[in-house]
Design a protein around this ligand. Structure first.
Ligand code: SF4
Length: 367
């Protein structure tokens, strides 16, 4: 198992077929991957590659780029070639861009069945082109652009409607022997979304891309996504995730990684265990936790650092961590692997913790 990942997972993973999105496997026993989408105009190759580089640096594993025009389609070959991570072209209205994206060497193509007009006639050709190139297709159903036929049948974007749309589209590909597919059924309401994915998970073995669409600004979007993904992933459902936030895409990656880390589905990096503070606190816990977080940001090793306001629960938690401090009396007891290694004045707590963290990290990387 991975260090920092619980030996016993929350749930047995749903059995799904494994597909290959460029260098990243999705489904089967592949780790749940984190993805995002660029916000640049795709045709602006420099800006798009710059943002992809930033996303890659923040931990993004797969990136999606919108392709609403011919200029965007024309930019895909260079972007697909120069990106450090697999690029998925996101196509809404025009089948011709699906072919362009496959030709461009994109790692996958996302299509929206509700949005592509006369798409059904084109499925055979798309299936052939995708199959020849080994390019998987994501069928991305979105509540906001549900097939009119299903909207009429169900009255609104219910879980059943989302699932029917996705499986109908998948069946069109299956008729041509194409099964290199992953599916998403996104909705802005986590309850609808959770039910849709549960139903979908029970009815097919395709890998699933989880998303709460239009989740909102950072605070609300983070919570909606964490709740929805948490419910599904803890049932073993979900193979890749995209957090949608009205914020720069690197924020989405931070949140996505944190969700997977919290569920033990991804190796933890830095974790700060800090107390909420209370009337017993003898130090400004918020400030101390912020300073320690800031000082240790970017550390790549799994390290649990406890920042505790007093000596009641402090030493206990600090002992459970790799490193910690329990404050009291204007001093901080510094713990490493359960042992008090020194006591320092309050003003030295932050720098001591950072120093000790660096020493532990060096030991971990050397090992
Ligand atoms: Fe309060 Fe101490 Fe617990 Fe922090 S560690 S919440 S200060 S009792």
């Amino acid at each position: 198992g991975l260090p920092g990942v619980p030996a016993r997972p929350l749930a047995v993973r749903r059995v799904s077929r494994r597909i290959q999105v460029g260098s990243v496997a999705v489904g089967g026993d592949a780790p749940v991957s984190v993805q995002s989408m660029t916000t640049t105009v795709t045709a602006d190759i420099g800006a798009t590659l710059q943002q992809i580089a930033e996303l890659t640096a923040s931990g993004c594993q797969i990136v999606r780029v919108a392709c609403p025009s011919q200029d965007d389609a024309d930019a895909l070959p260079v972007i697909a070639k120069k990106s450090q991570i697999p690029v998925i072209a996101d196509i809404h209205f025009q089948p011709k861009y699906v072919f362009a994206a496959i030709d461009a060497g994109c790692a996958a193509v996302r299509v929206n069945p509700g949005n592509i007009r006369q798409f059904d006639d084109k499925v055979r050709e798309i299936a052939k082109a995708a199959s020849d190139a080994g390019t998987p297709i994501r069928i991305g159903v979105n509540a906001g652009s549900l097939d009119r036929r299903l909207l009429e049948k169900y009255g609104k974007a219910t879980p059943e409607a989302l699932v029917e749309s996705a499986l109908w589209e998948a069946s069109l590909f299956e008729e041509h022997g194409f099964r290199d597919i992953k599916i998403s059924v996104k909705h802005n309401d986590p309850v609808v979304m959770i039910n849709a994915y549960r139903q979908l998970a029970a009815q097919c073995d395709y890998p699933l891309h989880l998303g709460v669409t239009e989740a909102g600004p950072v605070f609300q979007g983070t919570i909606k996504s964490a709740v929805a993904f948490g419910a599904l992933l803890s049932e073993g459902i979900g193979d890749t995730i995209r957090v949608s936030l009205s914020a720069p895409p690197a924020e989405e990656i931070k949140v996505g990684m944190q969700i997977l880390e919290s569920l033990g589905l991804r190796q933890r990096r830095l974790e700060i265990v800090s107390c909420p503070s209370c009337g017993r606190a003898q130090v400004d816990v918020y400030k101390l936790a912020d300073q320690v977080s800031a000082g240790l940001e970017g550390m790549e090793v799994p390290l649990r650092v406890a920042v505790m306001g007093c000596v009641v629960n402090g030493p206990g938690e600090a002992r459970e961590a790799d490193l910690g401090v329990a404050s009291g009396n204007g001093k901080g007891q510094i713990f490493v692997k359960g042992e008090v290694i020194k006591t320092v004045p309050e003003s030295k707590i932050v720098e001591t913790l950072i120093e000790e963290a660096m020493t532990i990290a060096e030991g971990m990387t050397a090992a």
